[in-house]
Design a binder for this molecule. Structure first.
Ligand code: PLP
Length: 388
């Protein structure tokens, strides 16, 4: 993998910044911005409905993007729904699965608020994690025939640990539950195939994988056909006769109103970019940079890293410096041109349950290099001397 060449596609990196906040929002390479500009300059029209040549072009490009997303995660084209973000994808599922308030939903204690809060209106049962890992024994003791959905994070945005989702899914399916994964931090960084994992539903975000702001939702065909649309309106019906709608099939039935065409087209370009590099190479590269950072931080006396080895954590290093608040530390690092996140990373339940008052998170992507890692460690070393 030629990181020097890759970095040239990201103009912001010429400005001497060390960008380590890709778990929140990744940078966008030139081909992605160019694909979106092409839409806005040359065919900024509506897909599916307008029959003129610009409308036809939008439909073609939008469906090509859907095909690319589907191929990228091992799904069928009609199993991919475009949304605003992972959050909307999960809310769509939580509100469209025809669930009753008394139905039991299982998540882990380590979920992003986006895969936690939408389930609170049901009977929500939380499986604990231990040293960052999903407690499989506790899960086996908890899951039963009353459980309608098991929804867990694939790769954690707190510490980068990846759950054994295949095993969790098999256990969920044994009890007849729908198995959903939050792939917001896995799809951008590792080969992720919904069929190999065996999940029924997977949510992820384009903006964390070199694309613009857009969400994706994979729903297995048989499950989607039995769901009721969460939002209805233009683009969701075939006809309305005597006040009664005849709904279209998935994915259209779940995409109400005009869509984020530029976003989908940009995401298609982002997927092309990632595929040209290869997800195995992306993952290997991030792990190698993570190793440098982990070694460097481990040599600083008052630094504590949250969970795991660099191989397990891949694209994330989450840590604390004793005596310095995580958000303060992130602001201090900004003065060294280093962008990281401090705080609870939208995982309030996990931090509160485990008695940890936040962390600083450095999150990597294919454009980070050894120099970034060294600059980051050197800056943490300097600010850490201000702590205890
Ligand atoms: C694991 C995980 N799930 C869900 C989300 C929410 O993603 P979005 O803000 O794109 O809805 C994030 C965002 O950081 C995340 O890391």
């Amino acid at each position: 993998m030629n990181t020097d060449k890759i970095r040239k596609d990201f103009p912001l990196l010429e400005k001497n910044i060390v960008y380590l906040d890709s778990a929140c929002m990744s940078l966008k390479p030139r081909p992605v911005v160019e694909a979106m500009n092409d839409y806005y300059y040359n065919y900024p029209s509506c897909g599916e409905r307008s029959a003129h040549r610009l409308g036809k072009k939008v439909t073609e490009e939008y469906e090509t993007a859907r095909k690319k997303v589907a191929r990228f995660v091992g799904a069928k084209q009609e199993e991919i729904i475009f949304t605003r973000n992972t959050t909307e994808s999960i809310n769509l599922v939580a509100n469209s699965l025809k669930l009753k308030p008394t139905d039991t939903i299982i998540t882990s204690d380590k979920e992003h608020n986006s895969n936690f809060l939408p389930w609170l209106k049901y009977h929500h049962v939380i499986v604990p994690t231990c040293n960052g890992r999903f407690d499989m024994a506790a899960f086996r003791n908890t899951v039963n025939k009353n459980v309608k959905v098991v929804s867990v994070v694939h790769t954690s945005n707190i510490d980068g640990e990846t759950f054994s989702v295949k095993e969790i899914g098999e256990t969920a399916h044994d009890q007849g539950a729908v198995f959903m994964i939050d792939g917001a931090q896995s799809v951008p960084h590792k080969e992720t195939d919904v069929k190999k994992i065996g999940c029924d539903v997977m949510a992820f975000s384009g903006h964390k994988m070199l694309g613009p702001s857009i969400g994706c939702l994979y729903i297995k065909k048989e499950i989607a056909e039995d769901m009721e649309p969460f939002m209805v309106g233009g683009g969701t019906v075939q006809d309305v006769v005597n006040g009664k709608p005849i709904f279209l099939k998935p994915p259209e039935v779940f995409e109400a109103g005009l869509q984020n065409y530029a976003g989908a087209i940009g995401l298609g370009a982002a997927i092309g970019y990632l595929e040209s590099i290869g997800m195995k190479n992306v993952e290997k590269h991030e792990t190698s940079i993570n190793k440098i950072i982990t070694e460097g931080l481990s040599s600083i006396k008052n630094v504590t890293i949250i969970a795991g080895s660099p191989e397990e954590r891949g694209c994330i290093v989450s840590f604390n410096v004793s005596g310095i608040d995580s958000k303060e530390l992130a602001i201090m690092l900004d003065s060294y041109n280093i962008m990281v996140r401090g705080g609870f990373h939208c995982c309030h339940n996990w931090f509160n349950t485990h008695g940890i008052s936040g962390s600083v998170r450095a999150s990597l992507y294919l454009y980070n290099n050894e120099v970034d890692a060294e600059k980051f460690v050197a800056a943490v070393k300097k600010v850490a001397t201000l702590g205890k």
